[in-house]
Design a protein around this ligand. Structure first.
Ligand code: ADP
Length: 504
């Protein structure tokens, strides 16, 4: 039976996105908000809003007990976790179920099985899904040495409990191995309380290609094609698109089948993503072009590009299958049309190590027009604080072809006006016009290694907007204050502390 009321255990653009789906389905919505989000758009967009605690995520959006109490007090019958925060926390999913509420997502067991890199790799191998050549369960330095020699340098040492690129070290030769193991162990123990490491072949110039999977609770599971997410900085995606310019129909079919097999191996239902590492020069590795990397057991930030090209509303379907409905489409019935691109518009400074930028949005005008979608949680006058991820908006466009989609994205970015914080809009624009991007030649390290970017001089309009509305601060001062504010932030869960955050 369809839910009557859903509590959305998240904030910002994704909370609003989920509420829209609820409203279309005739389901009432409950927002939760922290001290910092009192006046936020997501709290106002819901039918009810409940205050859940202090601004730091640990004391609000990561506080499982308070979230469950809020759901029970508001008589909600389900919780949608969105992405980030508690969305991939198996024990939260379990506690929600024990409170007789529905967790809109997979089972706690599926989350747990895919949460550990070593365990999930072993499971995937058993299910016949290609994984990066490597070894798990290693203890002594000599074990690592032996494994690395068999695999062949360069190798990558990874934390088994890892996430957000933490506890990962590229090792080019045997002399670097000891130090890499020690430092990765320390970092892993610190970040995850778990020092286990695995080692695998390092694939240079790799692309990140992921497949959306979707299943109901009656054993039916399909894939909804791929997303190319290789344009990244510091392991974080900034531009995503579908279809991938690199995939042939044959590879797409093989990877789609592998994605379905991977998800079925953990009895998966609801929306999930199988991430593959894609080797554009597979001859170096026995001709195998793609390997399972990890599964994200939740809704993905970049789900809109899949929605625009398949015509399916993924969030509505998440809710419907969580309520027990069958997903009615067979693999053959699901088709992709045209090309969609998403750009993540961040309040950050690409010229200064992508450092987040805080402040009041003095002017904020989103682009509009046919084939343009903006998922955002901000309006003019809102404050970007240092407590949460500085994603301002997701700008998504649809075109008949990749070329027309790129053109549309460029025009839409030109229309996007943000004054008061530094944004990555000019940076995104320059990536889109680069010949490597046009050729689909952007690997996950491309921004770091191949893209030298210099910002344009600030426009007259932006200087006027800042000085007219906020005469107490100069632009230069703001930057200094914001940096020290971030350094002083004591919340270990703050995405500002961990630049690798949850933005996958
Ligand atoms: P995390 O969970 O910490 O994000 P992942 O295993 O998903 O770790 O890897 C993060 C990123 O690191 C990938 O998106 C990819 O860019 C890179 N990466 C991971 N494994 C390899 C590998 N074997 N070779 C080259 N790059 C890799």
């Amino acid at each position: 039976m369809m839910f009557k009321k859903i509590l959305i255990a998240n904030r910002g653009e994704i909370a609003i996105r989920i509420m829209r789906a609820c409203k279309e389905l005739g389901v009432k919505t409950v927002a939760v908000y922290s001290d910092a989000d009192k006046n936020s758009q997501h709290a106002q967009f819901a039918d009810e809003a409940i205050h859940i605690g202090a601004a730091s995520a640990k004391e609000s959006y990561l506080n499982a007990d308070v979230l469950i109490q809020a759901a029970l007090a508001s008589q909600a019958d389900a919780i949608h976790p969105g992405y980030g925060f508690l969305s991939e926390n198996a024990s939260f999913a379990g506690t929600v179920a024990s409170a007789h509420l529905t967790f809109i997502g997979p089972s706690a067991d599926s989350i747990r099985a895919m949460g550990d890199k070593a365990e999930s790799k072993i499971r995937m191998k058993r299910a016949g899904v290609p994984t990066v050549p490597g070894a798990e369960g290693l203890e002594s330095e000599s074990d690592f040495k032996k494994a690395a020699e068999e695999i062949g340098y360069p190798v990558l040492v990874k934390a088994a409990a890892g996430g957000g690129g933490k506890g990962m070290r590229v090792v080019n030769q045997v002399e670097e191995l000891k130090e890499a193991i020690e430092s990765a162990r320390r970092e892993a123990l610190n970040a995850f309380g778990d020092a286990r490491l695995l080692v695998e072949k390092y694939i240079p110039n790799a692309h990140h290609i992921e497949f959306q999977v979707f299943g109901d609770q009656h054993g039916h599971l399909v894939h909804l094609f791929e997303r190319e997410c290789s344009t990244q900085r510091r392991y974080q995606k900034i531009i995503e698109e579908t279809p991938s310019p690199l995939l042939t129909p044959e590879l797409r079919k093989q990877m789609g089948e592998a994605a379905v097999a991977a998800a079925k191996a953990v009895n998966y239902f609801n929306a999930g993503t199988i991430e593959f590492i894609f080797d554009p020069q597979p001859s170096t590795l026995n001709l195998q072009p793609f390997y399972f990397l990890e599964m994200n057991t939740r809704l993905q930030v970049e789900h809109p590009v899949t929605e625009l090209t398949t015509g399916l509303d993924l969030v509505q379907w998440q809710i419907r299958v969580a309520a027990g409905e069958r997903f009615p489409y067979s693999q053959e019935q699901i088709t992709q049309r045209g090309h969609a691109i998403e750009c993540r518009v961040y309040a950050e400074d690409p010229a200064n190590g992508f450092l987040p930028s805080t402040g009041k949005l003095l002017q904020y005008i989103e682009p509009r027009g046919p084939g343009i979608r903006v998922d955002s949680g901000f309006r003019a006058g809102d404050e970007v604080t240092h407590f949460y991820d500085p994603l301002l908006a997701k700008l998504i466009v649809f075109g008949e072809s990749r070329e027309t989609a790129v053109q549309k994205m460029q025009a839409a970015l030109r229309e996007f006006v943000v004054h008061g914080v530094t944004t990555n809009i000019d940076f995104l624009q320059d990536v889109l016009t680069h010949e490597d991007f046009a050729a689909g030649n952007v690997s996950t390290k491309w921004v770091e290694n191949n893209f030298k970017w210099t910002p344009p001089a600030p426009s007259f309009e932006s200087l006027v907007a800042v000085s007219l509305t906020d005469s107490s601060t100069s632009i230069g001062n703001n930057v200094v204050n914001r940096q020290s504010e971030i350094v002083n932030e004591h919340d270990p869960y703050s995405p500002w502390k961990n630049p690798n955050g949850f933005r996958n």
